[in-house]
Design a protein around this ligand. Structure first.
Ligand code: PEP
Ligand code: MN
Length: 362
């Protein structure tokens, strides 16, 4: 179906441009009935734009359920025929790309375990050359925006024009609240690096459990994400993979009704005037903060001078611990989180050390 040098014309599904784009379906296409029934119940809610179904499942250990493989591809195709929902499937190899396209999958997605591997991404990209199919690229499992951006570049260089991003969180060691830490600031940074490229949130793989899905979905909408990809299953507790994080189509529908959908802008004059005033205040406060920080660095430089003439080390651990403890206690009273104070002081400290180092070296 692919002729070198030519582009195979495929219709881009209208849903691709719908905002917010809501994708749902099972982690894995287990059986024909499961895929078809999930799709029908999703379609019945009237709130779902695209059906997802994993055919090949990259699993951490051998012996875990690794997906039904290519023989499962007729299932989403059948579900599309019955419901009209366009479909999306994860691909990790060139062969999987070809198989998925043969079975009319509308949108392909590259999984987190594939995005980390430039060889695999390149292989997928090469298989996409000359094919007009939209591709969603999940963040790599490690928090590395260069790697995520590299995958985008490889796919774009293969000639794919419709690329979107999926934020599914980042692996970390040990038990945390999340299965994959969201690290929202990374996704926001990625969005800024790729203006105009849609960013979808995948709360299912961030949470790894049902009870906190809704708050993550709301957070994504608050942050102006363009869509959501949520795993759903007709019988979540008995799902063959990711059972704890899947929800029924009806539960998903309830959650989508609960979300407060936000828009980036409104045309009310009153709103704009009020916001303009508040933004001026923010600018003013930011200026003052910078003035104060600059003063703080000047004081640090004076300390640097004393340290230099007395041959004292720049870093003084005891003093530093004292500063942190004092600031955390104070921040707590002022409604500033321990996490923020720690990040903030780390940055201030680094800058302070750099200023003192210049003095020491002079
Ligand atoms: C999935 O979407 O089912 C999946 C395997 O996700 P990820 O690549 O984010 O782990
Ligand atoms: Mn899954």
């Amino acid at each position: 179906m692919q002729v070198s040098g030519q582009t195979t014309q495929r219709a881009i599904p209208a849903a691709w441009n719908k905002r917010p784009l809501i994708i749902s379906g099972p982690c894995s296409a287990e059986t024909e009935e499961q895929v078809v029934q999930t799709a029908q119940r999703l379609a019945a809610t009237g709130k779902i734009d695209m059906l997802r179904a994993g055919i090949w499942k990259p699993r951490t250990k051998p012996g875990m359920f690794e997906g039904v493989g290519a023989k499962g591809l007729p299932r989403p195709q059948q579900a599309k025929k019955l419901t009209g929902l366009p479909t999306t499937v994860e691909v990790a190899t060139g062969k999987q790309v070809q198989d998925a396209l043969t079975f009319d999958v509308d949108v392909l997605w590259i999984g987190a375990r594939t995005t980390v591997n430039p060889f695999s991404v390149q292989e997928v990209a090469d298989a996409l050359r000359g094919v007009e199919v939209p591709v969603l690229i999940k963040n790599p499992i490690n928090p590395d925006l260069e790697l995520w951006g590299g995958a985008v570049e490889r796919v774009a260089r293969a000639g794919v024009k419709n690329i979107g991003l999926i934020h599914r969180g980042f692996s970390s060691y040990g038990n945390t609240e999340y299965r994959n830490a969201p690290m929202w600031h990374l996704a926001i940074d990625m969005k800024l690096r790729h203006p105009g490229m849609m960013m979808i949130n995948d709360p299912s793989h961030i949470c790894g459990r049902r009870d906190i899905l809704l708050e993550v979905m709301q957070r994504a909408i608050d942050l102006d994400y363009e869509g959501l990809m949520i795993e759903s299953h007709v019988d979540p507790d008995h799902a063959w993979s990711d059972a704890k994080q899947q929800v029924t189509p009806e539960r998903l529908s309830e959650m989508l009704d609960t979300i407060i959908w936000r828009k980036e802008d409104v045309s009310s004059d009153e709103y704009h005037a009020a916001l303009e005033k508040l933004r001026q205040q923010i600018n003013q406060l930011d200026d003052e903060l910078m003035q104060i920080l600059s003063q703080r660095m000047k004081v640090a430089e004076q300390i640097g001078n004393y340290k230099r003439s007395n041959n004292i080390t720049i870093l003084q651990t005891n003093r530093w611990n004292e500063i942190i403890e004092r600031a955390i206690a104070k921040g707590d009273k002022l409604g500033l989180s321990r996490e923020f104070i720690t990040h903030y002081l780390d940055a201030v400290h680094m800058e302070s050390i750099n200023h003192q180092k210049k003095i020491m070296d002079s």
